[in-house]
Design a protein around this ligand. Structure first.
Ligand code: ADP
Ligand code: MG
Length: 341
């Protein structure tokens, strides 16, 4: 198939091509792409805004990241931040800086992933900016959401004796990345090698095509549970739990044997010789939700699908600790902690 140079259609041609089929989904989106600014109707709700920049070579490697997946993930990680505040995402803006090595078709692929995520999560693309870069691709996304004031969940509300809960499983995305990096090194040494990634497809999908846990908020709402504090896990459980503790001025005690780890991660852990608990605590990019609930909600939360209770909040003076399987107690560290196994 012939490829089109960006210079053939120009900046405005590209914007047109990327946004020509846009259909607005949300009532609050009054005006999207096509003027100097987009217009959003606010009413009585509060507006939440979050933004992220992804830089080629720092945040993603196009050797093993398909552009469609990259576009999808770029949207999802921003929506995950809004869900972590218990907000409903409504709009996104997407800004890109593109170097000459990208064709029009490549950028269209990126946008296929962007639109797929927008459709799945019901958000409108309402604008952005397009510019050139000397090397590589930079993507900046801003996501806008809304919530009633009383529904917003901050990092600050965790109280002594609250239960600490986490959705899904942890460490899989990190193992996925390690597998992809290993295959890249093998490929660089021998370009005829055909990697067998089938047995790790779950881990690779967790790395390349994560989802935001909209469904968990739904589960909590149906079961009439309102977390006291919440955060999404982008940098590993340790670092996020420390954020909640610091913002809420409390301590915590979590248990190694309660931390949810998928069996595929356990297999990869053996093969790669990386401790699974280290991956869960420090790996990152899980995009699961970490939240605290009142002890009174124990009966409501125990047994809920895809939610694990991993410990409890303590008084600030007792510190932030993890109890290992060996019963040894270690202080949680944001990075660099290695388990003895
Ligand atoms: P301005 O010169 O006022 O910044 P632009 O010509 O950059 O406007 O953009 C025209 C319209 O296209 C605006 O509505 C802008 O938000 C939108 N837009 C520009 N780049 C992108 C992009 N990469 N993705 C989506 N919308 C975009
Ligand atoms: Mg512009």
């Amino acid at each position: 198939m012939s490829k089109t140079k960006l210079s053939e259609i120009g900046e405005f041609g590209l914007i047109d091509l990327l946004t020509k089929d846009l259909v607005i989904k949300n009532k609050s989106t009054i005006y999207g792409v096509g003027d100097d600014a987009a217009v959003i109707e606010n009413n009585e709700k509060q507006t939440l805004i979050t933004t992220d920049i992804l830089t080629e070579g720092v945040h993603f490697d196009l050797m093993y990241t398909p552009l469609k997946h990259l576009g999808y993930k770029a949207i999802v990680v921003n929506l995950s931040d809004l869900y972590a505040m218990n907000a409903i995402p409504r709009q996104v803006t997407v800004s890109i800086a593109v170097s000459g090595k990208f064709t029009v078709e490549a950028i269209e692929e990126l946008y296929q992933g962007i639109y797929l995520a927008c459709d799945k999560y019901g958000v409108d693309l309402i604008g952005g900016d397009t510019t050139s870069s000397f090397s590589g691709l930079v993507i900046s996304i801003t996501a806008i959401g809304e919530a009633k004031k009383e529904n917003i969940i901050y990092r600050t509300g965790a109280k002594n004796t609250d239960l600490i809960c986490v959705s899904g499983d942890l460490g899989s995305a990190y193992f996925g990345l390690q597998i992809l990096e290993r295959e890249k090194r093998v490929f660089e040494e021998n370009s005829n090698s055909q990697p067998d990634l089938a047995k790790y497809s779950y881990l690779i999908e967790r790395q390349l095509k994560p989802e935001a846990r909209k469904d968990i908020l739904e589960t909590l709402r149906i079961n009439k549970i309102k977390p006291t504090a919440m955060i999404d896990i982008s940098d590993g459980l340790s670092s996020e739990l420390l954020h909640i503790c610091e913002k809420s001025k409390v301590g915590c005690k979590v248990f190694e044997d309660k931390i949810p780890i998928d069996h595929t991660s356990a297999i990869a852990s053996e093969e790669l010789n990386i401790s699974r608990i280290t991956a869960a605590l420090n790996g990152g990019e899980d995009y699961e939700l970490l939240f605290t609930v009142s002890l009174r909600d124990f009966d409501k939360i125990k047994g809920l699908k895809d939610i694990s209770i991993i410990g409890h909040i303590t008084d600030e003076s007792t510190g932030k600790n993890i109890v290992l399987r060996s019963e040894e107690i270690l202080e949680l560290k944001a990075q660099g902690w290695k388990s003895p196994d």
